[in-house]
Unconditional design. Sequence first.
Length: 240
Amino acid sequence: MRIRAILRACMLMVGVLHAEPPTSQPITLQLKWQHQFQFAGYYAAQEKGYYREAGLDVVLKEAIPGLDIVDEVVSGRAQYGVGNCSLLLERQKGRPVVVLAAVFQHSPVILIARAGSGITTVQDLRGKRLMVEKQNDELLAYLRKEGVTESTLRLMPHTFDPLDLTKGRVDCMSAYATDEPFLLLKSGTPFLELTPRMGGIDFYGDNLFTTEAELKANPARVRAFREASMRGWKYAMQHP
């Protein structure tokens, strides 16, 4: 038995045998929205077995409107999350969040105005009906930089329904550059896009993050999760 064990150890060292896969560690990645191509890299990492190869059993959890993604991770209900530029403000407030990767080089968050509503520039939003999703801090920074304060707007709860814009129930709404414009074009609705980048505000988008506690307690797991996720994103971009 001892000789067999020694031979096996030697064969592992030279790569003749493969080591047993590491024990799977269940972890949760809290997405910032519902399942869509926006999270393709994580789907690829899961479906291609990259997480499994890293010894990780990953659950990809959808978000619901109004969910505080940072709170989900800081509380421990999820170990990792997908956030936006609000992570900077949360960090400034003392919440122990750590960004692991910036997936999108530009934030896809924009404002969409209904054509015919009298809006041609961001300044025209004063007095208009506007739906803005929570934690879209770059949009609020954009408005303030252009001299449009929240007190001058008719803010309304976000319904996440482009039909509210099409039917004229609102004049402008926060949206994702990859989503709502496509739906509006498909429906034949004319619209105008306003982006913070027009005002010189340019943040990364969809940042992968965790907590200081996770980084300190499980550095190897953090490294493995990040590497497997980025491997998934590479696959997704090569096979859209």
